[in-house]
Ligand binder design. Structure first.
Ligand SMILES: *Cc1c(COP(=O)(O)O)cnc(C)c1O
Length: 390
């Protein structure tokens, strides 16, 4: 285990041994009675984690991008107008994806590091006849969090379907899909859900399913067509399996374990833990003299931090030093600033100990890269923030 490094990137994350053990069990038949129970239960638990008691969950083999694809393919018909609120790279990805299904897309980008300005969204909605609107809850390329409540509210007000890319937020940031009136919330297993890469997860509202059922044209993707998956999801939930395409049996066993752990911790406690650890980590980063990509900590994500390198520090060199100190971090992703910042994921089962180890490794990396600061300043700030009562 001496070679093992701590994986602190914004997905995949450190997975719990119980989850990995469940995945490592011998593969069973996808219609084995025990597996049917696991799959059916996972569907029920997803509704709880999304807080969407009347939503329709889908569990598909694929990554987060496939979950985005499922939303686009099933809800867009050629010529439909779509409004994409973009706070980074993943907003742009959604725009490109929806165009591929024939949508007439209006991209509404917000300045780098800033969150969505809903005043502008309202203006756009008032002047266009949109069928669908998307937003990214946490854009992993900028660390910016968007408030999803006005998204749902405006969607209802203007009769527009709403899709939230929650790949870097679900089970890490507050989410109340049904109360907030959001039609689709999607994610992937390897982020705050805490299961190795390979599952695309989404929950569709009754309104979204009705819009799908009212389509005039067939879905342009064979694999993600809800028409093929609805009987499967409903079947497993009723504990009567059906077959369309082989489910990723082992990953779904891991998902069952992880969802149980999420529910056992309690959603409120889990979100509060993410908030507390993120705040402490950001305090450590600031104490080292580093600024961050989000322009205001009020809209900085609780699932990742995106600090800018101090002057004179080379990213490649720094990330190598941090790795030598035992922690793997991610480089920049947003093309406009890719070489100017780095990213630390702190989501899922993340602990105080991991946050302290990580800030310590960041200090080591900065020292070895020639940045000057009071040694221990980052660790001290994290410790102080962690001992603050919330
Ligand atoms: C990671 C991520 C994606 C893409 O997910 P993949 O699993 O890499 O396909 C999409 N959106 C956001 C916000 C993400 O963080």
């Amino acid at each position: 285990m001496k070679d093992r490094k701590l994986l602190m990137i914004p997905g995949p994350i450190e997975f719990e041994p119980e989850v990995l053990a469940a995945i490592g069990e011998p593969t069973t038949s996808h219609v084995d009675p025990e597996f049917i129970e696991t799959f059916g239960r996972a569907i029920e638990l997803i509704r709880k984690v999304w807080m969407a008691p009347n939503g329709q969950p889908f569990i598909l083999a694929g990554s987060g991008t496939l979950a985005m694809d499922a939303a686009g393919a099933n809800l867009i018909e050629p010529g439909d107008r779509a409004l994409v609120l973009s706070t980074g790279l993943f907003g742009e990805r959604f725009a490109e994806l929806l165009s591929r299904y024939g949508a007439d897309v209006t991209l509404l980008p917000f300045p780098l590091g800033e969150t969505v300005d809903y005043g502008r969204v309202k203006e756009a909605l008032a002047s266009g006849d949109y069928k669908l609107m998307t937003a990214t809850h946490v854009d992993t390329s900028t660390g910016v969090r968007v408030d999803p409540k006005p998204l749902g509210r405006l969607g209802r007000e203007y009769g527009v379907l709403t899709v939230l890319d929650g790949v870097c937020s679900v089970a890490g940031e507050e989410l109340r899909q049904e109360e907030w009136g959001i039609d689709v919330v999607l994610t992937a297993s390897q982020k705050a859900i805490g299961v190795p890469p390979g599952l695309a997860l989404l929950v569709a509202s009754e309104r979204a399913i009705a819009a799908f059922e009212g389509r005039k044209q067939p879905v342009g993707s064979y694999y993600v067509d809800w028409g093929s998956w609805l009987p499967i999801m409903r079947g497993y939930e009723a504990r009567h399996p059906a077959y369309f395409a082989t489910p990723p049996v082992n990953l779904i066993c891991g998902l069952g374990v992880s969802l149980n752990r999420i529910i056992a911790e309690g959603l409120d406690r889990r979100i509060a833990r993410h908030r507390r650890l993120a705040r402490a980590f950001r305090a450590g980063i600031s104490a080292l003299g580093l600024s961050q990509v989000p322009t205001d900590s009020a809209h900085a994500a609780n699932t990742l931090t995106a600090p800018r390198y101090p002057d004179g520090v080379s990213g490649v060199e720094f990330l190598g030093h941090v790795r030598d100190a035992g922690v793997i971090l991610a480089g920049g992703l947003h093309p406009e600033i890719a070489s100017e910042y780095f990213r630390i994921g702190h989501m899922g089962a993340v602990t105080e100990g991991e946050i302290l180890t990580t800030i310590g490794a960041v200090e080591t990396g900065l020292r070895r890269s020639g940045h000057r600061f009071v040694p221990g300043a980052g660790v001290k700030a994290v410790q102080e923030a962690l001992s603050d009562p919330d």
